[in-house]
Design a protein around this ligand. Structure first.
Ligand SMILES: [Zn+2]
Length: 149
């Protein structure tokens, strides 16, 4: 879980928890702009969510169908929760696009799935201001989820 935590630098490598990004990995992305990194991270992270939730129904309406990665707090409104696994679950297209996330039922089922405490934590994080993804965090996300396509 990346939310709220930051990297620190050590011998030119970036560390977060037990993950270390070496200079060579960082170099690989040196030509990628921040929007490109966000796009890549989103692609792999969403693929991970779809695979993780492949044997679950839509988080909002309970329909068994092809699921997209649907945010509880939208990535646009709360950037820090964009790649938070608790905040993103398999959701059907009608709920994701046309029912604005069907958020009331999303919350009900989210509490059933991950528990009240973790939903409270998402609520708490959603109120914190002033978060911007930096290159290293995005590279970390890409490297972490790049196996999912
Ligand atoms: Zn649905």
């Amino acid at each position: 879980m990346i939310s709220g935590k930051r990297f620190w630098i050590k011998n030119k490598n970036w560390r977060m928890n037990d993950i270390e990004l070496d200079a060579k990995t960082i170099q690989k992305y040196s030509k990628a702009s921040l929007p490109t990194l966000i796009k890549k991270a989103t692609k792999h992270f969403n693929a991970y969510i779809r695979e993780r939730d492949a044997r679950q129904p839509c988080i909002s309406c309970g329909t068994w169908t092809y699921l997209q990665a649907g945010h509880f707090y939208s990535g646009g409104a709360v950037p820090r929760l964009r790649f938070n696994e608790d905040n993103v679950h398999g959701q059907c297209m009608p709920c994701n696009y046309f029912a604005s996330g069907n958020l009331l039922r999303y919350r009900e089922n989210l509490i059933k799935r991950i528990g009240q405490e973790r939903v409270d934590e998402l609520d708490r994080l959603s109120h914190l201001k002033g978060f911007k993804w930096n290159r290293y965090e995005l590279i970390y996300i890409i490297e972490k989820y790049k196996g999912y396509k």
